[in-house]
Design a protein around this ligand. Structure first.
Ligand SMILES: NC(=O)c1ccc[n+]([C@@H]2O[C@H](COP(=O)([O-])OP(=O)(O)OC[C@H]3O[C@@H](n4cnc5c(N)ncnc54)[C@H](O)[C@@H]3O)[C@@H](O)[C@H]2O)c1
Length: 249
């Protein structure tokens, strides 16, 4: 059945993306989960379908142009015209600058920067074609805002996503399409290494004014705000949901 609120969530099989999918489904969104982990995407979708929600799981690599086009196609055929797209999928290959292989740089740039570009373009093309005044939300990081140690590849990609968000907002405003970004911080698979290492964990915690790590559930409402009419006059912005870890002083 065609739905009126259709959102694509990349990397929706785990972490922040999975929580987001659950949250958006409960708000009445029809969700297309696109994840390189097919089993995870299909499992999250099946659980939500069993609860009466409209959710599909698609296996896709966001760094592949063909795959991203297929995500858009499948979402529109099975759910309806896309009204929102969240570029959330991400990987990490940490190493200090002196030790980082070029391959680790390329791999992280491919998933985050190229993947977000492909998603933004796919969403924009479909929204312009259907006349939908839709929303794209990219996922960046405090690393992209303020730099970081041990992940220059990740910080570079997240910085590119911020510039992409602003450029996308400037180009797409004339169609009524909004493009914003969220810089989250939450306990997930991606941050597990930091959380488990006592030394790292202490250093990170000391930089968070709220003095604690967040659960991925605490990120979801900000995304739904950016998808909703409540943020109708907001575009080209980055919202940090990180306990105050990143601030411009
Ligand atoms: N967790 C944090 O504290 C934090 C902080 C800043 C930014 N972020 C960003 O939030 C987003 C989600 O992170 P998370 O912590 O939930 O990570 P996660 O590792 O828990 O989940 C990432 C998901 O993306 C999928 N994925 C990875 N590569 C993919 C690809 N090429 N194509 C499609 N799917 C792919 C994974 O299979 C997984 O389901 C990422 O963009 C990450 O950089 C997270």
């Amino acid at each position: 059945m065609m739905q009126s609120k259709v959102v694509v969530v990349t990397g929706g099989g785990d972490g922040i993306g999975r929580t987001l999918v659950q949250h958006l489904a409960s708000e009445g969104w029809a969700v297309c989960i696109a994840d390189i982990d097919e089993t995870a995407a299909k499992k999250v979708a099946a659980d939500l379908v069993a609860q009466g929600h409209s959710v599909i799981g698609v296996a896709a690599d966001v760094a592949s142009e063909k795959d991203v086009h297929r995500i858009g196609e499948q979402a529109e055929i099975e759910l309806g015209p896309i009204s929102a797209w969240i570029n959330n999928a991400g990987n990490s290959r940490p190493a200090t600058l002196l030790k980082m292989e070029a391959d680790a740089f390329d791999s992280v740039m491919a998933v985050h920067a190229r993947g977000s570009f492909l998603g933004l373009r796919e969403a924009a093309r479909r929204m312009v074609a259907s006349g939908t005044k839709g929303v794209v939300v990219n996922v960046t990081s405090s690393a992209g805002l303020g730099g970081t140690i041990g992940q220059i590849n990740y910080a570079s990609a997240k910085g590119a996503i911020i510039a992409m968000t602003k450029s996308g907002a400037k180009e797409l405003g004339r169609y009524g399409i909004r493009v914003n970004a969220v810089a989250p911080s939450a306990s997930t698979q991606m941050t597990e290494t930091i959380m488990r290492d006592e030394k790292f964990s202490k250093i990170y915690l000391s930089r968070i004014p709220l003095g604690r790590f967040a659960e991925s559930e605490e990120m979801a409402a900000t995304f739904s705000y950016l998808l909703s009419g409540a943020s109708s006059y907001m575009t080209g912005q980055v919202l940090s949901v990180d306990g105050g870890a990143y601030m411009v002083s």
